[in-house]
Design a protein around this ligand. Structure first.
Ligand SMILES: *Cc1c(COP(=O)(O)O)cnc(C)c1O
Length: 412
């Protein structure tokens, strides 16, 4: 039940502005810049309306005219997107934020927002006749790639750091992907893909190395607008690894303004990173335009372990233009904030999403944010995918005290 398919016109380099035709497989621009998809928003202005969207599918495909897929037969969908926006009333009351909301992306297929990006990317691979894809991932991107590739009948070659959360590893195997565990970081995994892809005939679907994942992720921006009756909140907290979700939302806001659906106002975009890997926080504080490689990156929030985001300049631009900021928090503070959110409001967030709650407390204390502001935190994944990390808070569960005692727990 689509209102109409894409109005894609061309691809444009985010760095040098060079224009390319769509309809063929593309990776980066030769200048090294990620490519962005452009649409005929002028035509859409009269041919599409916010009222029509209401009767569209209950998934991210309700925004099909601003997604790149050209025909329904290309769509590989597992029900991604249109996630709930939930009031975190009790947590908000506890920390002094009266208008606090969680966009719960943990409810997506494969339990993270990565489903949005990969649904779009793999649909485009299917449309363009690509048979084999490859990527390096520190976690959820791998699970989502494996799932959508399985649904599309595409071969998935996945490179993951050896210490990736167990859930991601098992999911990939369950979905039938070819998995290689790497002694290194996501950057090493990405390099292995780059080295082997030509010989193997793989299409590289690493973060921002192809233009379509960001299009799926941008629907988080359309949804928050629609769910708040086309009025954006005052601040958005986003746990930032590669920053694709944030860049995507920023693009969505631009598109919606061009469509006449929102005004020029923007939420303060707040980038949250882990203290053990905070290249964007460092670049922001130094007033730099690009980030530098973060050595020895380490955090339990696997999605935040990106030592040098490819779209660093786009992230910084969005943060600065929106008068936002960048904050780093410790793993311990993230997990404790996650436990508090679970206890207060019944939402079990991934450590990435939980990190945003720890950062929120900091920004309320410093007065950067006011109690009455409307704040949305993106919980990018489910806490259930990070049992190893959370079990450190409750040491009697598997991996903790019970294991030290030889796995024996005596029933009372
Ligand atoms: C990948 C991931 C992130 C980081 O996403 P980007 O948009 O690449 O910054 C955050 N949280 C979770 C759970 C993730 O899987």
């Amino acid at each position: 039940m689509l209102q109409g398919m894409t109005t894609l016109t061309h691809l444009e380099c985010s760095l040098c502005g060079k224009i390319r035709p769509a309809g063929v497989a593309h990776n980066l621009c030769e200048c090294g810049g990620p490519l962005l998809v452009r649409y005929d928003l002028e035509a859409l202005k009269s041919g599409w309306s916010r009222e029509w969207i209401v009767s569209g599918p209950s998934s991210m495909w309700r925004y099909a005219p601003v997604l790149p897929v050209s025909k329904p037969a290309s769509m590989i969908s597992l029900g991604e997107g249109w996630t709930p926006l939930i009031r975190a009333k009790n947590y908000g009351a506890a920390v002094g934020a009266r208008n606090l909301w969680v966009k719960d992306e943990g409810l997506n297929p494969t339990a993270s927002f990565k489903a949005r990006g990969l649904a779009c990317c793999i649909s485009m691979c299917h449309e363009l006749g690509i048979r084999k894809v490859a990527l390096g991932s520190a976690g959820n991107a791998a699970s989502a790639t494996a799932a959508y590739a399985a649904a599309a009948g595409i071969e998935a070659h996945i490179f993951m750091p050896r210490d990736v959360p167990q859930a991601n590893y098992i999911e990939c195997l369950a979905f039938g992907a070819k998995v290689t565990l790497v002694d290194g970081l996501i950057s090493d995994c990405g390099r292995m893909v780059a080295e082997r892809k030509d010989a193997e005939g793989w299409f590289d679907v690493n973060t921002l190395k192809e233009p379509y994942r960001i299009e799926g992720k941008k629907t988080m921006g359309y949804e928050v607008a629609e769910q708040f009756q086309w009025k954006l909140p005052d601040a958005i907290f986003y746990p930032t690894g590669g920053g694709v979700g944030l860049i995507g939302m920023w693009k969505a806001f631009e598109e919606m303004e061009a469509l006449g659906w929102i005004g020029p106002e923007r939420p303060k975009m707040i980038v949250v990173q882990a203290e053990g890997c905070a290249p964007m926080v460092r670049a922001f504080e130094q007033g730099a335009e690009r980030a530098t490689f973060w050595e020895n990156a380490s955090t339990v929030a696997a999605g935040l372990r990106v030592p040098k985001p490819l779209g660093d300049f786009l992230i910084l631009r969005a943060v600065r233009e929106s008068a936002g900021t960048c904050v780093a928090v410790s793993d311990r503070a993230s997990l404790e904030a996650g436990a508090k959110l679970a206890r207060e409001d019944g939402i079990f967030a991934a450590p990435e999403g939980a990190a945003c709650f720890a950062a929120l407390e900091q920004l309320l204390q410093t007065g950067f944010l006011k109690a009455e502001e409307k704040i949305v935190v993106y919980n990018t994944g489910s806490g259930l995918k990070y049992l190893e990390a959370y079990s450190t808070l409750w040491p009697r569960v598997a991996g903790g005290e019970a294991d030290k005692l030889g796995g024996l727990v005596t029933p009372r």
